[in-house]
Ligand binder design. Sequence first.
Ligand code: PLP
Length: 465
Amino acid sequence: MKEILRTLPKVDQLLSLETLQHYHHLLGHQVVREEARQAIESVRSALLQGASYELGELQDRVLSKLMQRLKIVAQPSLRKVINATGIVLHTNLGRAPLSGQAQQQMIEVAEGYSTLEYDPVAGKRGSRYDHVTDLLRRLTGAEDALVVNNNAAAILLALSTLADGKEAIVSRGQLIEIGGSFRIPEVMEQSGAILREVGATNRTHLPDYEKAINDCTACILKVHTSNYRIVGFTQEVETADLVALAKKHSLPLVEDLGSGVLMDLRQFGLSHEPTVPEVVLAGVDVVTFSGDKLLGGPQAGIIVGRTKYIEQMKRHPLTRAVRIDKLTLAALEATLALYLDPVLAQTQVPVLQMLAVTREELYGRAQRLCQKLHPHLSTHASAEVIPLASQVGGGALPTQDIPSYGIAITTHTLSVNEMEEALRAADTPIVARIENNQLMFDLRTVRDEDEAVIVNTLIHIWGEK
Ligand SMILES: *Cc1c(COP(=O)(O)O)cnc(C)c1O
């Protein structure tokens, strides 16, 4: 064993290799040296743990390990992936892709100084929140608006402002958990609000709310059960009835709308989700929703509602801790501006484009992709066009499948798991689904320009086999 270990390459030997020059320039000598040391170390410990490598292949093993490591260090950790899952708002893959207009506005603001908190006409200090207030008023019909870091922060801020040390009434059917350990009861606890649960898991009635109101009640909270459905013998109280009840007792009615759509989703063949303007019109006092779900903008929490409550929230110390960043604000303003013209929004907001694309179009794209792959399949695999079911994702419309098309690849030379792993390990990782021992690429979430990347990556993987 000692003999074998002695033949491991030395750090300096590796550093002088011509193939590493590129990385010396890119990362500096220090980093390459450290990675070389680690690569040697990992082969050494593999040997000690019983790996039986040929003497002659040790150098190659260390070098390939080192190249792998350097490649990873040299590329950004947060980078582009191709989403072939068909889940439009995939939280792990960054939720909503941004429109060209939003990207442009972000670059503009990122490049230099901006009017973030400056009013150039008056020549004095302005407010960062004013940039989107008028847009949100126009688009939702609300009196006022405030934007924060995300919807979780929006709810935390709303409850901290309105119900700290007092009771907030919530139906037991709405005590949701969103991924990433966001739970309504826990957020309430954090805000200082005392959760006053009413009704049962499947049924809550208006008198349940009414009976719970007392001197300590601060607000009524309605939560959109965005990521699950209770079916069967169920009952929730209509928003109109909650509005009337809240008004009768002079309490604010707060609604966490989750995804927060500005458009009627029925035009995309989806079932109806209450839109923000509808909820505002119904008389809900404070409405919160996400910027990066069905709205199709950047991560943000949007609060719209009555000026007196929004003003209170602006003055709360927590607002500073959850404040929105200027790049996000730039992207949000540009996204909202597109909604002033619904047709523009549909054609320019990627999330809406992906929902609006027809099955026929997806079928055509799947056929085209299949044809491009055919000359390269040889004995490696077979590919076919198949109908698939996309999902909205992001905790919206959980029970609804959207009919889609894509391609299914049956692999012959690699196992389906090896293939899936190789796709994820590509320079631009491709995330596909495995179903029935086949790899499924749903084209709804794949952009036209990414089809070539998929083809080239597959050719590369098969070429290496
Ligand atoms: C997604 C969601 C949240 C959390 O929103 P983020 O923007 O991810 O913080 C809160 N409530 C509901 C109902 C949701 O669907």
